[in-house]
Design a protein around this ligand. Structure first.
Ligand SMILES: [Zn+2]
Length: 328
């Protein structure tokens, strides 16, 4: 990008600062008990002050309240947002970035403040402005700009009930710089074949993935009471011992449950893509792909046999194949 192009871009983007993203939007539904219940179910939040009217009445809240973190939920656009969203100021801004090659987008963080509890019947209106755009920054992802969008929420009395700042990075992906650089080397400019999402490896589970890299599926075993557990974690749920070793799974199993992933399609994954919860003969369960058959042939209870296989350039994974059915 030349200095002139950069100046031109920065003039355009900074003109967005302070602009309202769209007219204030009243939530399609006012604060209501069924949505609160669904939210709590999905998040596994069992605090009865959100769902048990009798309990809530006697509590310091004096009645049912919504979880504070639902604030943005009350005015979200819902599924249409994923299909063909209407052009608003924020999307216009992103398009300005896209047109200059800043096609990457990464949500980096959000901060929120809550000023009062919301109760069934409250009405939430969202006001949204482009609050700030940073100077150009060099990040690990590539050069880019941080955009902060400020949401202010008001109630039926026009009083502020909370705020949320959402920060994204719009950037030129490093990979595309490399692709440009390699154009001279006779590369056809096509991105390399994408690989699957790398397994997150930390202190408590890296050992498990390292074994998979070497072709084995291990099952963690409590040294004290011998209970097997998966996924890997530091403490035995039965006896609270932190001492453990592991056994190798035979990868004999059966399908406990499964689903077929249709949307969104992730680059690097083969479709159709069937994900199973496999009950291993050792007694623990494992989530893995079911391959070697059509999705419609997968059934609950189906006997399967696993193999640790290389599924792309970087990834070893256990995959499960149907066992031939015994003919009687
Ligand atoms: Zn134990």
């Amino acid at each position: 990008m030349t200095p002139e192009e950069r100046k031109d871009l920065e003039e355009k983007i900074h003109a967005f600062v302070g602009r309202e993203v769209s007219a204030p939007t009243r939530g399609l539904d006012d604060v209501n008990a069924p949505m609160i219940r669904h939210y709590c179910e999905v998040l596994g939040d069992e605090n009865p002050v959100y769902t048990d009217a009798g309990f809530a009445e006697k509590s310091s809240k004096g009645g049912l309240i919504a979880p504070p973190t639902m604030l943005q939920v009350w005015s979200m656009e819902g599924y249409p947002m994923c299909q063909e969203p209407e052009m608003d100021v924020q999307r216009e801004l992103h398009k300005v970035f896209d047109d200059s090659g800043f096609i990457g987008v990464l949500g980096t963080n959000t901060t929120s403040e809550y000023y009062r509890d919301l109760r069934p019947g409250d009405q939430v209106t969202t006001h949204c402005v482009i609050d700030s755009i940073s100077e150009q920054k060099a990040t690990a992802r590539g050069i880019g700009y941080f955009i902060e969008t400020l949401y202010t929420f008001t109630d039926q009395n026009d009083e502020e009930i909370g705020k949320l700042v959402f920060r994204v990075l719009k950037f030129i992906p490093n990979d595309s710089n490399e692709a440009d650089a390699s154009d001279d080397s006779g590369d056809d400019g096509m991105p390399e074949t994408p690989s699957r999402i790398a397994s997150p490896r930390g202190h408590d589970n890296a050992w498990w993935w390292e074994a998979v890299d070497n072709g084995a599926v291990l099952i963690q075993r409590c040294k004290s009471c011998k209970t097997l557990r998966h996924p890997p974690r530091p403490m035995c749920g039965e006896c609270q011992s932190m001492e453990w070793d592991s056994i190798e799974s035979s990868l004999d199993g059966e399908v406990f449950s499964f689903t077929q992933i249709h949307y969104p399609k992730f680059p690097g994954y083969p479709y159709p893509l069937v994900i199973g919860v496999i009950s291993l003969s050792e007694g623990t369960r494992l989530i893995a792909n079911i391959v070697g058959c059509e999705p419609e042939d997968v059934t609950i209870g189906m006997k399967v046999k696993g193999k640790v296989e290389q599924v792309d350039e970087k990834t070893m994974l256990p995959q499960f194949y149907p066992l031939p059915v015994d003919k009687k």
